[in-house]
Write a protein that binds this ligand. Structure first.
Ligand code: CDP
Ligand code: CA
Length: 497
């Protein structure tokens, strides 16, 4: 009993002063950690918004982007929050009724008002960029294209957003901004990683953009775009082929097949059993082919499908000119192209067509892809229609041609081989945002990609909290150890006799 009392008296943990000091110490440390963590907690996230209208040759789409307000040029990435497809054709189709082009945008603009919080409306920039459809209309009839722009500008000025203008993008801009989008979304720019090339197939033009170690811009300056992004220099090769989007390319092949002005053409690029009467004027009503309209041709011709991939490929090859090249190497039509350097992301119509044909898997050998496409092309039209009752007949009819055009453009046009074909990925979205030029365009106009690498806090919030907590625990342990001289001796200590 007396030994027990003696131990109790020697044990400092039973002394009121020690207990009070310990409790105060623990409270102080808990308070320190709590204040430090709360004080440095990230503020509730506020977002900013930007809206871009992509006025393509076949249709217009509206994209709403969102990014954290405090971090626009730092760690926060802009992402696509919503997209809206405008009903009806592209704005260039409204040349003779421009006001309708403006009206067509109304439904998507109203949707945008719902998606962007009202208090942000006035500060949200709104851009419209038009691509190859308007480039062609502008070449053909600049008064008509001015009229369309006036109408869409009138409609967009009425929106509650900060309208920043509507304009035609150059082919170079379209290619370069598509490349920026793909690499920004993949976080390749900030980290200075190897970049991904961008292949964009539209209805009226097509773009190829990539970084090649062999390309410094000197051989063809018109194909060179220099950037400094996040402290890294890029010399991008880019080219846009006007008239080589898939809809204009179809006109080019039909023009080739109707040069002698026949009443009937047997078309290997359409499924067997397909038959359609087409007007000569409808085919030749585009600056891409207008100068080739055969003299004295009848009003219309009948197009009958033959469904032969190999013959289709031969017809398609005719739209590319390989005869002259004043550079060390060319793709086609005498356009310089440096040595391909992958990987590549292929989006827009590349994706839509290859996805419809179930051919997006590029690990399948190119020869097998061709065989599968050949078998699709040879499938009777009645069977195709039966299998796809929901797809519009106009689109459905063109997939054999479009698939053949894509493979021919990639291999004969851009010189992809059986080996390098697997460097291509057919993509629609990257991390939830559509691949296309719109995001890159907005990032550029809002100066959201800095030329130099931004300063970032030395530690992320989670790391900071962990370090403060660990330090506090260490302090507590140190404090307890510092009381060691006052610790009771262990009763089981061997007795030295
Ligand atoms: N679901 C979809 C949407 C578009 N498309 C095609 O994708 C192409 C988009 O071109 P675009 O309207 O952006 O035209 P450009 O101005 O870029 O040349 C058109 O040929 C459309 O027919 C498609 O095949 N499937
Ligand atoms: Ca496009």
């Amino acid at each position: 009993m007396s030994a027990q009392r003696e131990m109790k008296e020697k044990n400092p943990w039973h002394m009121p002063v020690t207990i009070i000091i310990t409790v105060i110490g623990v409270i102080a440390i808990v308070a320190l950690v709590t204040v430090a963590v709360l004080q440095n907690r990230p503020l509730p996230q506020k977002y900013k918004y930007g809206i871009v209208l992509d006025a393509g040759s076949s249709h217009t789409a509206l994209y709403i982007y969102e990014w954290p307000a405090e971090k626009d040029n730092n760690t926060g990435r802009a992402e696509q929050k919503h997209s809206c497809k405008v009903k009806g054709p592209g704005i260039s189709s409204y040349a003779s009724a421009p006001l309708k082009a403006g009206e067509s945008l109304r439904a998507c603009m109203q949707e945008a008002e719902q998606w962007v919080p009202e208090r942000r409306h006035r500060e949200t920039p709104l851009y419209l960029g038009a691509t190859a459809g308007m480039r062609l209309l502008n070449m053909e009839n600049s008064t008509a294209s001015d009229g369309v722009f006036r109408a869409v500008e009138g409609a967009l000025q009425k929106a509650p957003f900060s309208f920043q203008g509507a304009r035609i993008l150059s082919g170079q801009e379209e290619g370069a901004f598509g490349w920026v989008t793909v690499n920004y979304l993949d976080d390749r720019l900030k980290q200075g990683l190897e970049t991904t090339g961008a292949l964009d197939l539209g209805g009226a033009s097509t773009q190829i953009s990539f970084i090649s170690d062999k390309f410094d811009g000197s051989e063809s300056q018109s194909n060179s775009v220099a950037f400094r992004l996040y402290g890294n220099d890029y010399n991008l090769y880019t080219h846009s082929f006007l008239c080589y989007g898939k809809d204009q390319a179809l006109r080019l092949t039909l023009a080739h097949q109707t040069q002698s002005g026949p009443n009937l053409i047997s078309d290997p690029c359409f499924n067997p059993g397909y038959s359609s009467t087409k007007n000569y004027s409808a085919i030749y009503d585009s600056p891409c082919v207008s100068n080739r309209k055969p003299q004295g041709a009848p009003l219309s011709f009948i197009q009958e499908g033959k469904g032969n991939f190999l013959q289709c490929q031969e017809v398609v090859k005719n739209v590319f000119n390989f005869t002259h090249c004043k550079y060390s190497q060319c793709s086609f039509n005498g356009v310089f192209q440096p040595l391909l350097q992958g990987p590549f992301g292929a989006f827009s119509a590349y994706y839509f067509v290859m996805n419809f044909l179930n051919l997006t898997d590029t690990t399948i050998p190119l020869e097998t892809v061709k065989q599968k496409l050949a078998s699709y092309c040879a499938t009777p039209w009645s069977q195709i229609m039966q299998q796809h009752p929901d797809v519009k007949v106009k689109y459905l009819a063109e997939y054999c041609f479009s698939g053949t055009y894509i493979l021919t453009l990639l291999t004969e046009g851009y010189n992809f081989t059986s080996e390098s074909y697997s460097d291509i990925k057919f993509i629609k979205k990257i991390k939830g945002s559509d691949a296309g030029w719109t995001l890159g365009y907005m990032l550029n106009l809002t100066n959201m990609i800095p030329a130099e690498a931004p300063d970032s806090p030395p530690l992320p919030h989670a790391g900071y909290v962990s370090i403060v907590t660990i330090m506090a625990i260490l302090l507590l342990i140190l404090f307890i150890i510092s009381l060691r001289p006052l610790w009771p001796r262990c009763s089981k200590q061997p007795q030295i006799v």
